[in-house]
Design a protein around this ligand. Sequence first.
Ligand SMILES: [Zn+2]
Length: 360
Amino acid sequence: GYYMKNNFLNTVHFEQEVLVFEDYHIFKDLNSLNNYPFNSYSSTPDPWDSNFWKRHLKEQFILEKNFHGDLLYRSTKASLEKWAEYKNISINELLTTLEKNKLYEDESNQAKDDKDYWKMKSESLFNESAIFGVTPDVMKNLSKTYKLQDAPSLYTELAKIEVCDFKSLLRFSKHFGLPYGLMEDIGFDIYLNGDCIFFPFVSVPVLNKKIAIYKQDFEWFKVIQTKDLSKIRSMIPESALISIDNIDDDEAVINYAKNHLTFLLGKLDAFNVSMYVEFQNGSFVPGVWFSDLFNFAYFQIAKALSNDVEVRYCDNCDHIFEVTHKRQRFCPPLPNRKRSSCEMAFNNRLKKEKKLKGEI
Ligand SMILES: [Zn+2]
C-alpha cells in the first residue's frame, strides 16, 4: 500500500480558491489597457483604473530583484537558449548582458530610488512592455474557480510551460489561472474572497524568469524521483565533481543530486508561507495560505520529496506525473475535468492512425 509519513505537510489544510479566466493573450503595448472594460458595471468608467494597471505593470520588471543574476545562475541552458531565440540574439550576447547587469545588481541595494540601478533596469535588454493577461472580452464573465486542494497535479503541469513559449503558458493558464502576476481587483467587476488567488495581468519577462527558475528546480526533482543516474551525471557541473568521491557510485551521485536540490530550494522565498488556524467540526485545524501558484507548486514539490512519491512518464506527452493508482499511464485530469486530457489525446491519435491504416 501507499505509505504516508507522519509529516505536517500531509496534514496541513489549504482551502484557497483560484480564479480562472477563459482566455488570455499577449499585448505588446500598455496602451491596450485603454480598451479594457474596467468598471463596466459603473455608469462612469474611471480611467484611473487603466492607469493603475499601466503604472504597476510598467514597474513590475524594474522592481523584480536579482532579475539578471537569477536568470544567469538559476535557469537551465535550454531555457536561456529559448530566451535568446525569442529576443533574436545569440546566446553569447544574452549571457554577456546578464553578467554585466548582474554586477549592477550586486553593487547596488536594488532600491527604487537608486537612479543608476533604475536606469540599468529600464534599459535592460530584458525589459519589455509585453503583458500576458486576460482578454478584454472574457474579463466580464469570470466563471471558473477551483480549489488548490483539488489540483494535486499543479506542480507537474506548471513544469510543462516552456520559457518564452506562449502556447504552453496559455494552455496552463486556461485551466489553472495565471501562475503569478499583480494581485489586485481594481477595475474588475468581481467579488473577491479575501483568500482567493487572482492574477489578471503579469509582465512577460518577470513571469518567464519565474518559469525558468522553476523548470531548473523541477528538473532536479524529476531526475531524483526517476533515479535517472545518467542524466544526473550529465547535470553535475565539472567544478562539483571533486565533491563526489566516486562518480561511478550510484548512491553518491543520487546524494549529490538531493543535496543540490536542497540547496536550490533553500534559495527560494516560496517557503515563507502564511499560517492560519480554523475551527472545523469541533476541532482546530492548521492551514497555510499561498501567495501565488509557484509558491503552491514548491509546497507540492517539498511534499512529494518528503513522501518520496512515485513518478512516471506520461504515454501521451512524455512529461512526468505523480502516480496515484497502480496502472496509471497518463497525466491526471485538469481541474474541473473528469477525464485526463492526455488520455483523450492519446486515444484520438490512436484512432486516427488506425483509420489511416484502414483498420477501422
Ligand atoms: Zn501527459
